[in-house]
Design a protein around this ligand. Structure first.
Ligand code: HEC
Length: 514
């Protein structure tokens, strides 16, 4: 009993300290949030327009930091974390968002100035070790007033098929490389297109413009290398060419880029991971195709794929163009149970990426995969490439549309469900992604015979503590939003009243005076 009490005291003190910190966060608390979630892009020479390295930069931007994180514009992470969680996520929880706001509201204090925070390590080089093949695109000087999507064709000269176990894109100029799609192709089409364009590479928007190109990787700034679990790899074909499709955003003048791609290859026979747009806009997969969106209309399209064998799925990557605004994938089995795969409620072509599952998704035979995509071909869609809107159909150019959901998958073997794709545990977002607020009213203060409480959430338990955190009495309440508790036998003084609901704990200081 005594032990239980002291454990409680410790927990209570921890809570109290934590709460005190949360009240007035300083740079000593804030810097780790910024360095874990922002400086991958917000550093000198990075893709973001300003650096958030160092106290002064962050202090100057404190209110923008607060507003961009409150609105969840930053850090960019288009997948809805309430739908499904992924490996290597970059998502803030409500506590972190609240701390950034409080810091800004309190004039961005440094805290104890005797403590120095080191600047974060910048990953400007290659992160993968023991690289087998490093390919570099030719130097290209970018001058563009519109978004430019340029494909660079890089021969591998491989004399036999091999397996890639890891892939990393190393942008040549981090301030202008917004995203990169990596393809392989054994046909001569990309080379022919390259020769036809006087500049290095050639222009192509959605894919490479070659029907035989196969997607093998997607990169956005700050993204870690894609590494397969041990024993798995994707097949890189003999004599294949790697095609890097690089997106340079509009408004760049005279900036040089020479982006590289690194592959770890092996000639050993591995379990082959296929990367295919299993859900796609081909007419026989669509339930309400063809993919055609008349001008000034919005439309939702569905496509489906019946899974015949048991599969292990490592990752997925949705792809649409500029008219697309939402995309979702899920599985439905014969009983009507849903497997949530991905939900992107605000599609942004510029922030497309690969989403690796935290643990592989195991799909049982008999599951039907469904894709659901919403297109807005009205003038209210700010990305609409046509003004006034024009009818849009399937195709590769900026003014066409697509609906593809790529899957990284292989056939299942026992034990695949135990693979973990990220060395860090998933952050707890449960209570906080949609911050549940418990607003509790307690009256009268001071209390004499009894205390009335009213709350927006059903209260399951009420406990009275001394100011030192010692438990005095526990009242059982049965999921009530209102009620009264008896305090006529408590000596006069200050107390802490704790009200628990399913999702929250609220503590209030109260005064009892008879
Ligand atoms: C993956 C790269 C990336 C990461 C990570 C990132 N940003 Fe950004 N940020 C950008 C880019 C690029 C812009 C320029 C506007 C745009 O393209 O959306 C931007 C713009 C901003 C802006 C100005 C515009 C606005 O939306 O208010 C603020 C403020 C900002 N970021 C704060 C942050 C903070 C704080 C974090 C971390 C919690 C963060 N960013 C993480 C890339 C990133």
């Amino acid at each position: 009993m005594k032990q239980a009490k002291s454990i409680f005291l410790i927990v209570f003190c921890l809570f109290a300290t934590h709460y005190a910190n949360a009240q007035t966060p300083t740079w000593l608390d804030i810097s780790s949030i910024i360095y874990k979630n922002c400086t991958q892009c917000h550093s000198a020479g990075g893709i973001a327009p300003f650096s958030l390295v160092g106290y002064t930069n962050c202090k100057n931007m404190a209110s923008s930091i607060a507003s961009s994180t409150q609105s969840k514009r930053m850090p960019p992470w288009p997948a809805d974390p309430k739908y499904r969680r992924y490996a290597h996520e970059r998502v803030l929880n409500a506590t972190e968002i609240e701390m950034l706001k409080k810091w800004a509201d309190n004039d961005a204090p440094y805290g104890d100035t005797t403590i120095k925070i080191a600047d974060p390590n910048q990953n400007n080089g290659t992160q993968l070790k023991n690289i087998s093949l490093m390919l570099k695109m030719p130097n290209y000087t970018v001058n563009t007033s519109t978004d430019e999507y340029r494909c660079f064709v890089l021969p591998t000269n491989l004399t036999q098929n091999q397996f890639a176990t890891a892939l990393e894109v190393i942008p040549g100029n981090r301030s202008i490389v917004h995203h990169v799609l990596v393809f392989q192709d054994t046909s001569s089409i990309p080379t022919a297109k390259d020769l036809a364009d006087p500049k290095p590479g050639y222009l192509a928007f959605g894919g490479t413009g070659s029907p035989t190109s196969q997607l093998i990787g997607v990169y956005v700034p700050g993204q870690e290398p894609f590494v397969f679990p041990a024993g798995f790899g994707t097949k890189i074909l003999k004599n294949t060419k790697i095609i890097l499709q690089v997106h340079y955003p509009k408004g760049i003048s005279n900036q040089l880029d020479s982006t590289k791609v690194a592959l770890k290859l092996t000639t050993s026979n591995l379990r082959q991971v296929l990367i295919d747009p299993i859900l796609n806009h081909n007419n026989n997969n669509m339930t309400n195709g063809p993919l055609y969106i008349p001008a000034n209309q919005t439309k939702t399209f569905f496509n489906k794929y019946y899974v015949g064998g048991k599969a292990t799925v490592f990752a997925c990557a949705p792809h649409m163009h500029l008219i697309g605004q939402k995309i979702k994938a899920y599985g439905l089995n014969a009983n009507g149970d849903t497997t949530k795969i991905i939900n992107i409620p605000n599609w942004d072509f510029h922030w497309q990426r690969t989403y690796s599952f935290y643990q592989p998704l195991i799909i049982n035979p008999g599951l039907t995969l469904w894709g659901e995509a919403y297109y807005n071909n009205t003038a209210s869609n700010l990305f609409n490439p046509n003004s006034p809107p024009l009818a849009v159909s399937k195709g590769e150019s900026t003014t066409d549309e697509m609906m593809l959901i790529y899957f990284w998958y292989t056939s299942y073997q026992a034990g695949d469900e135990n693979i973990v794709m990220d060395s860090l545990p998933l952050k707890n977002l449960s209570s906080v992604i949609n911050p549940v607020k418990n607003s509790v009213n307690i009256a009268p203060i001071p209390a004499n015979q009894s205390l009335q409480f009213s709350s927006n959430l059903a209260i399951t338990q009420i406990t009275l503590f001394s100011l030192e955190g010692q438990k005095i009495i526990e009242y059982q309440v049965d999921n009530q939003k209102n009620g009264s508790i008896n305090c006529q036998y408590q000596p006069d003084g200050m107390y802490i009243l704790e009200l628990k609901s399913e999702q929250t704990i609220t503590r209030k200081k109260i005064l009892i005076a008879h």
